[in-house]
Design a protein around this ligand. Sequence first.
Ligand code: IPE
Ligand code: MG
Length: 232
Amino acid sequence: MDGNGRWAKMRHRPRSLGHRAGARAANLCIDACLEAGIPALTLFAFSRENWQRPDEEVGALMQLFLRALDREVDELHRRGVRLRFIGERGAFSADIRARMARGETLTRANTRLHLTIAADYSGRWDLAQAARTLARRALEGRLSPDAIGEAELGSALALSDLPDPDLFIRTGGDTRISNFLLWQLAYCELYFTDTLWPDFDAAQLRLALDAFASRERRFGRTSDQLASESAS
Ligand code: IPE
Ligand code: MG
């Protein structure tokens, strides 16, 4: 979700206002996903690297996060959304952590939309924590190092209970992954748009879904193979 700062700057307003508008866009996007029957949505709200922003901006983002948790969790629950957070939680305030935990517990049994908020997340952090988990299991004699394959590593990563994502959307014009779900994106379709995140709405999501629908996903095989399979 990129482009909040530029959206505010174009309006000669503080960056925090852009983040507020970004939070509204996130709500619209969740609504649009519910409407479109999308089973899982993961929003990259705050990266590990974002802690390096000016204190004032980080403070505004934390306040916004806290308020959004207070305002939205019950409504998400009402709409059948299962809410989860991925990332290192330790650096968030106790207030925020308590609300994250409450939201996760409250919505645990919901299945309509798996909504994951990546907060203090980094794809490399995820891989490192998975490696630590497996190393610990090996040390305890519960896992042989020779048995560690893709499935074992994948199962120790965040989102291991969900299928790999099909579509990655980055707004704001930059064409990079910026340490998002590195492992999980191996065969994901990447979609980049110049639209700034606060302007991303249901129509923008539709454009992304249409682009996705026109992609041929070969997973390493040939077009002819795919054609003969779908014919049989
Ligand atoms: C993304 O918007 C929101 C967060 C990282 C929290 P930016 O704040 O990166 O917006 P730009 O890139 O400065 O426009
Ligand atoms: Mg940015």
